[in-house]
Design a protein around this ligand. Structure first.
Ligand SMILES: [Zn+2]
Length: 214
């Protein structure tokens, strides 16, 4: 379950400080892992969260969306062996990344809590796992990321796309926090912390792609 009170949902740290506050929510920052997070009392109920996701359906034929996903797909494809087997975790209402990877000969299983809820897929092992625009939605990021890491074969890749927290000043005007389903905001320092937990240094690619190799 989610840690009691306002403990950090990534490292369980209790040293958290106010980071920002807007009309709707408070944002705290953990001094140990630097995660910026929205306390649980401000999280949306599941039905409201799904209604919000339904508003954001992406069209696989949309070239802009494909180009957005290629920021993760291209560097990942350069690392994969032929015919790799992967999982797209949090594939959403309109799978698109999986199509890009399948066009290059890989197979991709789809898991999504709301749109492809096949828990048996989380019992398998994969050569790669993708999570695009997912970690910012996680109420229990350490639990989920540890679970994904456990599903990777040795040498496998975990490829994440999320916008990174830069500074308190930029956070004030950051559109990313306006989405009410965004509750966990990672920074370079937070991914470095996660890398120490996983025993793998993160590779940062561009502004918002992070790849870990097991
Ligand atoms: Zn923390």
């Amino acid at each position: 379950m989610i840690p009691a009170s306002d403990n950090c949902p990534l490292c369980s740290g209790q040293a958290v400080a106010d980071y920002h506050r807007d009309q709707r929510r408070a944002y705290l920052q953990c001094s140990a892992c630097q995660l910026v997070f929205v306390p649980q009392r401000f999280h949306l109920a599941d039905d409201l969260e799904k209604a919000e996701y339904d508003l954001h359906e992406n069209d696989p034929q949309d070239l802009g969306y494909r180009s957005f996903l290629n920021r993760l797909a291209q560097p990942l494809l350069e690392k994969l062996q032929p015919d790799s087997a992967g999982l797209d975790f949090g594939s959403g209402p309109g799978p698109c990344l999986s199509l890009i990877l399948e066009e290059q000969g890989h197979s991709v299983a789809l898991y999504d809590l709301y749109y492809a809820n096949h828990p048996e897929l989380l019992e398998s092992q994969y050569d790669f796992i993708t999570a695009t625009e997912v970690v910012e939605h996680l109420a229990r990021p350490l639990f989920e990321l540890n679970r994904l890491w456990g599903m990777l074969r040795p040498g496998g890749h975990l490829a994440i796309m999320t916008k990174l927290v830069a500074s308190p000043d930029k956070f004030t005007h950051w559109h990313y926090k306006s989405d009410p389903t965004h509750i966990s905001f990672f920074s370079v320092a937070t991914f470095a912390y996660l890398g120490r937990r996983l025993g793998s240094a993160p590779q940062f690619i561009g502004a918002d792609v992070i790849i870990f190799q097991k």
